[in-house]
Design a protein around this ligand. Sequence first.
Ligand code: NAI
Ligand code: MG
Length: 364
Amino acid sequence: MSSNSFQLAVMPGDGIGQEVMEAAVAVLDAVEARHDFSFSKSYVSGGSRQYKETGVAMTEDAFEAAEKADAILFGAMGLPDIRHPDGTEPAPQLDLRFRMGLYAGLRPIRAIPGVPLALASPRAREIDFALVRESTEGLFASRGKGTVEDDTVAKDTMVITRGVTERVSRFSFDLAKRRSERRNRKGVVTLVDKSNAFLSFAFMRKVFFEVAGRQADVEARQHSIDAMALDLIRKPWEFDVLLTENMFGDILSDLGAGLVGGMGFAPSADIGDEHALFQPCHGSAPDIAGKGIANPVAMILSAAMMLDWLAVRHGSSRLSEAAEEIETAIDAAFGAGAVKSFDIGGQDGTSAIARAVIEKIKNP
Ligand code: NAI
Ligand code: MG
């Protein structure tokens, strides 16, 4: 395959995953038509509906297809009524992170023009930070390994390792450097932890500042998780890159999404050294699935993040231009009031939003 051609594994999954994926693929097709790169897509099935029908949420073949691809586009998997006998849900999206070493969960939180914000302060329009959620260890290291003893004591153990902390710290500093070049200001990475109370977090903090010491042009800070819950409401516009343990990142990324219009506007990427998966922060939303009203922006922005990641990895400025075209088109469509999605009180469904974004890509 030529260097302009990329193999994508496309996993729509359950519920609205299918619907928002269709929208994102249509938008990708539109940027592909304007540039000299191309994607060949292989659709890979998986999820809770498949688990119910076959007993397997994601087959070995599907995992292998994901590993072979240049990038993975993922919708959402999971349905609350379909569970393992122990009460947990099948979660191939978590298995993929662990199997493929996707340690950096990147969740940009940015105020999109025209989208109503939760905070009254006019400065809320300046919200533009990126959360990096460590995604392979922390409290989630215990997933599937917790114990309940005699129906009286339940235990899950948190794990922080030097290797992963170093890598996810370096990832965060590199990200801050790239962001600072685009925004013309010094980058700042803030580690969010509970190092005043727990040895594991004190260790994470120590390793983070060791890595920080080797970074000349990015500032390193530390913030406690409880204080961060306060400050993300009080002054979220002051933050640049936030690095967190897995569980804290899980919680803060939903809070972040809430600041900028809700789950329908929150994209994400799960990035490792060799592989990366791009998916909206939201789940399968069974309450609105099948109605055509899901907001596809989070999925479309996740596809733009994929273009940006491929751009850096393959040194292609065309791919990063295409990523920017998508972001600009979304800002233009919502900012001009050309569309308003149902989740913010509008009447535009999934395909209407995709069409409006494609229209802005074609006629910027
Ligand atoms: P959810 O994110 O699916 O839905 C939460 C709320 O946000 C619902 O009211 C839903 O209608 C709304 N919402 C979500 N995405 C939206 C969109 N694009 N446009 C408009 N409204 C949207 O979370 P929930 O209900 O907790 O989980 C549903 C299922 O999804 C569960 O089985 C869960 O395990 C799974 N899940 C999967 C994830 C993944 O695949 N990465 C992530 C989160 C949940
Ligand atoms: Mg979550």
